[in-house]
Structures are given as C-alpha cells and as structure tokens.
Design a protein around this ligand. Sequence first.
Ligand SMILES: NC(=O)c1ccc[n+]([C@@H]2O[C@H](COP(=O)([O-])OP(=O)(O)OC[C@H]3O[C@@H](n4cnc5c(N)ncnc54)[C@H](O)[C@@H]3O)[C@@H](O)[C@H]2O)c1
Length: 257
Amino acid sequence: MLKGLSGKSIVVTGAGGEIGAATCRRLSAEGARVVAADIDISRAEATVAQLQGDAVALVADVSTQQGAAACVAAAVDAFGRLDAFHVNAGVEGRSHLVADFDVAVYEQVFAVNVRGSFLCASAALRQLLAQGDGGSVLFTSSLASLMGSPANAVYVASKHAVHGLARSLAREVPVGIRINALAPGPVDTRMMRSLERSMGSLDGSGEAARRATLEAAIPLKRYASADEVAATAAWILSDEVPYVHGETITLGGGRTP
Ligand SMILES: NC(=O)c1ccc[n+]([C@@H]2O[C@H](COP(=O)([O-])OP(=O)(O)OC[C@H]3O[C@@H](n4cnc5c(N)ncnc54)[C@H](O)[C@@H]3O)[C@@H](O)[C@H]2O)c1
C-alpha cells in the first residue's frame, strides 16, 4: 500500500476516460475516497461501479466555473473536505496543419485543457487554502507539454500551457500544498486511437501504420497502459514522495523531450 492515501478525499476529472477510470480504481484500492467527475455522467457512473470504497459520480464540465466548483463541493459534501485534486480531463481535438487552421478545434481544446485546468486548480486551491493543512494538485499534462509534434500544434500548445500553469503554481502555493504534473507519452486509450485515425488520414498512412511509427519511436516499443499512468499518479499523490513538488514527471517509456 502507498503511504497516506487511505481515507483521503480526492477528485479525479475525466474520470470516465481510461486514464481517469484507472486512477480512480487505483486510488480507491489504496483506500482513498473518490469523486469521479466527467462531462458524461454515464461514464463517471461506470467508473464508480468498479470501485469498492466510498465514491461518488459527478457530472461536471470542467471548462466552466460552475463545473470546477461543483467538483470541489462534491468532495466537501460527500467526505467533509478535499485532500487532492487530479486535473485530468482533456480532449485531443483533431490533427490538422496550422495552415489549415480550424478555430473550432482550437476553442474546444483550449476550453477543456487550459481553461478547465486553470478553473479546477483555482477551485481546488481555494478549498485547500481555506482548510489550511496542505494537499495536492496533480495535472495530467503530456510529453506534448515539453516537445513539439507536427499536425497537433493546438493540443501541444494547450499542454504547454498546463505545464506553465503547474510550474507557476508550484512557486505560488504555501508549503504543504504540492503541485505536480504527470506527462505521459502515448497511452493505450481512446484518445490515442482517435489521434492515430486523424494523423493517419492526414498523411494517408492509415491508423495502423501511424501506431507502428509512434511505437517504434518509443524505446520500450509500446504505449503505456492506463494502469501504468494511474500507478504513477497514485504514487505522486501519496505521502511516499513529499519532496516531489513542482515536478513534471515524464512517463515516456524511455522517450525524453
Ligand atoms: N491517451 C494518451 O495517449 C495521453 C497521453 C498524454 C496525456 N494524456 C492526457 O490524459 C488525460 C486523460 O486522457 P485519456 O487518454 O484517458 O482520454 P479519454 O478520452 O479516454 O478520457 C477523457 C475524459 O475526459 C472527459 N471530458 C472531456 N471534456 C470534459 C469536460 N469539459 N469536463 C469534464 N470531463 C471532460 C471525457 O468525457 C472522457 O471521459 C487527458 O488530459 C489527456 O490529454 C493522454
């Protein structure tokens, strides 16, 4: 068991997605009490149905102030307090060249990945500061927060913004509140399958060839699993690593920016 997770009240956004669901399962197995928040309530409920301990499903659109505030309120209502907030909800948009700019993709990706991260962090920190006894905010950023990628400039730029937000908050919060980012490379989830499709159709290579190219560029020659990301998230949120603060932990299977 990881130290310090038992009984903790933790919000996970994007909890209906594969990384979010895996993180809820892992945190719950470690004894944490979980608010599983997603814009799609049926997916959040499906995640909660997999958990043994205290957990609530919440419908919340993190790109709105009300949605972010509802995540914190749900933790306080259900469990009396907030100990940690995993800012995980994200969208990939669609691969396209900047020259063929699609403002609708930009607006959607920035609304969820950047405004959503900002609003959730802000709501979480208001609660943690009011409680006055520490806590943790963890962002799921991406290796894309640290490097460029052709045909995915909008997603990449949004994750660079998350990186900047996390780094700045780490220097802004009082001692006791830990801020970190987890930056996976490709993870075997719906999001990568969507990106393989859109990248594969953009350059005509097809999705299977795109995946093969992406995997070949990873020293471990495979994507991460959602469970591997979840295990790393739980470790960062636990008391095993109190000195991990202001860090971006990459999880690239040997691929470095
Ligand atoms: N899959 C990868 O390869 C990969 C790699 C690095 C980082 N990430 C990041 O990990 C996070 C989770 O991705 P995933 O692979 O599990 O994707 P996913 O698509 O499986 O899950 C994302 C979840 O977020 C939810 N969501 C979308 N918009 C929302 C909103 N406005 N409010 C609340 N919930 C919303 C979706 O309903 C979905 O359940 C994202 O931030 C993503 O950018 C993913």
